[in-house]
Each structure stands twice: as structure tokens, then as C-alpha cells.
Design a protein around this ligand. Structure first.
Ligand SMILES: [Zn+2]
Length: 334
């Protein structure tokens, strides 16, 4: 017998409809039960069911660009390596067709030291009204204060992940944008002085570039459709839970990013769970009404032992991780 309904078999059409409905709800119930069982059976970070979707983003190139940053030496504000690395970012962005706007200013640190700081804004399709803002910090922390040995705590860090990974990601994104422009205007913002001082509270000499940008927006009424801060996204052991300030203040952007990642089969990396509340460069921008979230993996090495330590070196980050984040970042611009 096939599933088609035959009329005139002695039962009313209404009865048939009821039966159909009961049949459907039985199916729905079975589906719901099986979904529940699947959910229970799957570990929270189990591999995603969806197939992996990739883009033309080049993770190997991103890793090379990160290495180029690290090769300058620690990019501590005021140092020669810092100046050279900044010049390099400007040259890379101009070579890829961006309109580059630099913001330079002098910051007096709590130590009374004068820091020459520099934000670099690389604008693709600068005339477009619908814009997306991506930002990352390009400076590195002057001291490895999480080192166990006090002598090492005074030394600077390579910042392969904490600094260079975001820069590498952005240069590779610029490669892709040059080849195939986004439907959006895209602003890649490299902020300075994120990691110079203490996160406290109170904050002292940190988030300097994002704070400066928040009060010196590129034009009046600047309001990107959405914004994403990328920080420490190169960890070879990558896992990016949602960040609590972002979820509270720009839930639609969090939804946009994590659902795109899920759609691309990256649900095991972009974990749909808010786990940590992080003070980062998105905060000054959120506070002036820009919808910017933080995409960050703040669990770097065993017990986060590579963070702000001499262990933050190139061998701890990977092209594969940069590719995952780059694919999602690029897909969001299409
Ligand atoms: Zn840091």
C-alpha cells in the first residue's frame, strides 16, 4: 500500500486528517527524542555534524605574515622594532589597494615615559556606506609577567599569538579582499598599545589604541554594520567560546559570527557558550555605541601558561587555526 490517501474507504476526511496529524506529531516526537539523544550522546566539544566549508583565505600565508611580525622583534611601543613593524603594516596594506589612514599620538605612561603610538586603519572600498570593522592589536607586551622565574618576568615577549596572529590574519584577509572585493566596505584597524600596562582594575596604560580610536572615529556618524576584534586567534589548540561582554552588549553580532561558524562546520572551535568576561579592545568601542565583539581564545597552552610569557612563540600557533578563523572572517564579508 502506498501512502496516498484514498477517498471513499468508509472513513471521513476529518478522521484521516486527524490521523495524519497524529502521525506527524508522532514523527515530530521521534525526531525531537532522537535530537535529544544525539545531544546527550555528543560531548560538548564533539566534532560538528556539518561538513567543513572553506574559502580562498590562505592560512599558510597568514602564518608567514605573523612570522614576519615576530622577526622584527618584540613590538613594544617606543622601540625600533615597533616602528619598523608599523611601517611594514602600512606598506602591506597599501600594496593590497587599501586607503590607509594613520592616527599617531604621544601617550604619557604612568611611569612618565612618553610612548609614540600609532593606529593604522586600512580601508577597502572607502566610499561604501555599509561598512564592517575588524580590529586587532599589533603591539606586544613589554614584559613576560606570567613567567614563573622573576628574572624572566622583565623580558619582553615574541607575541606570536598575542599580537602577530591577528596581524597575520589581517594581511591574508587583505590578500583575499584585493582579489575579490567584499560587498561591504571593510575597515581593517590595527590598534596600538593594547598590552602595555596593567588590566587591574583599574586599567593602566592598556587598550590605548582602541580608546583613542573610539574618540577619533574616521568620520562623524561612523557606525559599522558590525565589528569584530580578533585577539589570540592563532593558538594551534584553538577553541573560541563566546565572550560575556560581547553577548551582553552586541548579541546580534555574536549570533552572526557563531552561526556562520556553525554553518561552515566549525562549531567545535567556535563553541556556542559564553565562558569568560574579558576586558579587551572591544570595550572602548562598545562604550561609544559601536557593535564590536571579541573573538578570542584566552586559553593558551597548559593552564594558559603561554599567555604573557616567553612561551608565546611561533611554534605555538598554526596555519590551520588561522585558516579556520580566516575562513569565518572572510565568509562574513561575502
Ligand atoms: Zn596580551
Amino acid at each position: 500500500m502506498d501512502g496516498r490517501r484514498r477517498m471513499g474507504d468508509g472513513r471521513s476526511e476529518m478522521a484521516d486528517r486527524r490521523e495524519l496529524k497524529r502521525g506527524l506529531s508522532g514523527v515530530a516526537l521521534a525526531l525531537a527524542l532522537s535530537a535529544m539523544l544525539t545531544a546527550c550522546a555528543r560531548k560538548p566539544d564533539a566534532p560538528p555534524v556539518r561538513p567543513i566549508v572553506t574559502t580562498e583565505f590562505d592560512g599558510d600565508a597568514a602564518l608567514k605574515y605573523a612570522a614576519a611580525q615576530v622577526a622584527f622583534g618584540p613590538r613594544v611601543p617606543g622601540s625600533g622594532a615597533h616602528r619598523k613593524a608599523g611601517d611594514w603594516i602600512v606598506a602591506q596594506m597599501k600594496a593590497r589597494g587599501a586607503t590607509v589612514v594613520e592616527q599617531t599620538w604621544m601617550h604619557t605612561a604612568q611611569s612618565a615615559r612618553k610612548l609614540p603610538l600609532r593606529n593604522i586603519l586600512a580601508r577597502f572600498n572607502p566610499q561604501a556606506r555599509n561598512r564592517v570593522l575588524y580590529l586587532t592589536h599589533w603591539d606586544t607586551r613589554p614584559t613576560a609577567d606570567m613567567e614563573p622565574d622573576p628574572a624572566d618576568q622583565l623580558l619582553p615577549i615574541d607575541g606570536a599569538n598575542d599580537g602577530a596572529s591577528g596581524v597575520g590574519l589581517f594581511v591574508a584577509l587583505a590578500d583575499a579582499l584585493q582579489k575579490k572585493p567584499s560587498a561591504f566596505g571593510v575597515d581593517l584597524l590595527f590598534v596600538d598599545g593594547e598590552d602595555y600596562g596593567e588590566f587591574g582594575p583599574p586599567l593602566v596604560d592598556v587598550l590605548l589604541g582602541s580608546t583613542y580610536f573610539a574618540s577619533h572615529l574616521p568620520e562623524s556618524g561612523y557606525k559599522p554594520v558590525f565589528g569584530i576584534l580578533f585577539d589570540m586567534i592563532g593558538d594551534a589548540d584553538l577553541r573560541i567560546p563566546q565572550e560575556i561582554n560581547s553577548v551582553q552588549m552586541a548579541p546580534d553580532v555574536v549570533q552572526r559570527v557563531w552561526s556562520k561558524a556553525e554553518e561552515m562546520g566549525r562549531g567545535s572551535v567556535f563553541v556556542t557558550r559564553a565562558e569568560q568576561q574579558i576586558t579587551d579592545d572591544h570595550i572602548p568601542l562598545l562604550s561609544v555605541g559601536l557593535k564590536v565583539i571579541d573573538v578570542i581564545d584566552l586559553d593558551y597552552g597548559p593552564g594558559n601558561s603561554y599567555h604573557h610569557s616567553r612561551q608565546d612563540t611561533m611554534d605555538k600557533i598554526s596555519a590551520a587555526s588561522l585558516k579556520i578563523v580566516g575562513d569565518v572572517a572572510l565568509a562574513l564579508l561575502r
